[in-house]
Design a protein around this ligand. Structure first.
Ligand SMILES: *Cc1c(COP(=O)(O)O)cnc(C)c1O
Length: 377
């Protein structure tokens, strides 16, 4: 990108334009380093991509077959309501299809919820370290965001969260299992937070890593809670469809689902993605086997890190979050030279923490060998 000189006509034209100040002031979403940039910086092709919590095993072969079998027609608009996928999900989860909204990734549902429920001056509660969009989308809608820090033991601060929720924000965004930290709310903890939700507050539980966890099923717990809520799930992580973009919102009632659906773009989920998600859902055995392998590797890597004196937060996900004891951007830069892409955390107070996705066993070995070299220095 070239910098625009203020004397250029297009810069003067932009200066005269009124843009949405909330959007113009947004912090950038930290999407992690692109493969092209990582190749250029490291001079390597053998990169282990452990920055974005993708599935190390890829996806079910049934998905690839469904995309190749000729049933997908690129020239047709896909069903804007994702009817077949919503029916398959409703069947699997045990809810009515009319409370499900499917998004272009669950990220789009975070945006749609913010657009549907928030207006300028409203309050949102989330946590820090945070999943960037739980802050960015509310800020874009003109809301202000209170972020409750994690405890010294890298857990949810339940007392502080309870108080922040009881104060009656318009929306609460929590991921459990928690990206980027790793732990999940157990049943009593989730119940405590549910009990703190006053009328007028929407409780959004983002369960992007649910399949990797031993956490209670948020959909089942919230269904009987009587509070206004949305549970978010995704095909990006356990099902390995990050590049196709399919996630969904399970809402507390059909009216809420209607308003959230009204806030999305009409043809948000493309035909290939709808087809792939239905095939992925039908091959539950592939997902379960993949998750079992990744969970075993997660334990092995956590033990390996601990042996190096690097203690990771307890994880119910496909990643580990640990304190490097120094600027994690420097650690990430050194790892990149070894061909490993990880995510150094940048939020204030957490700049020494690093998030590493659980990769294939060979990738995980490379991570541990490289960290041993760095720590031994
Ligand atoms: C990865 C992730 C998502 C998923 O995003 P998609 O748009 O479905 O790919 C949502 N929430 C959290 C907390 C995540 O970590």
């Amino acid at each position: 990108m070239t910098a625009t000189s203020p004397t250029k006509p297009e810069a003067r034209a932009f200066a005269a334009l009124k843009v949405n100040p909330c959007v113009a002031a947004l912090p950038p979403y930290n999407a992690g380093m692109s493969l092209t940039r990582a190749r250029a910086l490291s001079g390597r092709d053998d990169l282990a991509r452990l920055a974005s919590n993708e599935n190390a095993d890829g996806c079910s072969p049934a998905v690839l077959a469904a995309l190749a079998d000729g049933g997908f027609e690129p020239w047709r608009y896909a069903d804007p309501a994702c009817t077949a996928l919503r029916e398959a999900l409703a069947d699997r989860i045990g809810v009515a299809a009319e409370v499900i909204v499917v998004g272009n990734g669950s990220e789009e549902m975070i945006a749609a919820i913010s657009r549907a429920v928030l207006v300028a001056g409203t309050q949102v509660v989330t946590v820090v370290p945070s999943f960037g969009l739980h802050e960015i989308e509310p800020l874009a809608a003109g809301a202000s965001v209170l972020k409750v820090p994690m405890t010294a033991a890298a857990g949810f601060d339940l007392t502080a969260l309870e108080a922040a929720i009881a104060a009656g924000p318009r929306v609460v965004f929590l991921s459990s299992p928690w990206n980027p930290v790793g732990p999940a709310l157990d049943r009593p903890a989730l119940q405590r937070l549910i009990d703190a939700v006053p009328p007028g507050t929407l409780f959004v539980l983002d369960e992007a890593y649910f399949e990797f966890s031993d956490a209670p099923d948020g959909i089942a717990m919230l269904r009987d809670s009587g509070i206004a809520h949305v549970v978010l799930r995704t095909f990006s992580k356990a099902y390995g469809l990050a590049g196709l973009r399919v996630g969904y919102a399970v809402c507390s009632d059909p009216e809420l689902a209607r308003v959230i659906a009204a806030a999305k773009t009409p043809f948000n989920v493309n035909g290939a993605a709808q087809r792939a998600a239905i095939a992925a859902l039908a091959d539950e055995a592939w997902m379960k086997a993949s998750v079992a392998g990744i969970r075993a590797e997660r334990d092995r890597v956590a033990a390996g890190l601990a042996a190096l004196g690097l203690h990771a937060a307890p994880s119910q996900t496909n990643f580990l979050f640990f304190d490097t004891g120094r600027d994690s951007a420097e650690v990430a830069a050194a790892l990149l030279l070894e061909g490993i892409i990880v995510k150094p955390w940048r939020e204030k107070g957490y700049e020494s923490w690093l998030r590493a996705t659980i990769g294939t066993p060979a990738e995980n070995d490379r991570l541990m060998v490289a960290l041993r070299k760095l720590v031994a220095r």
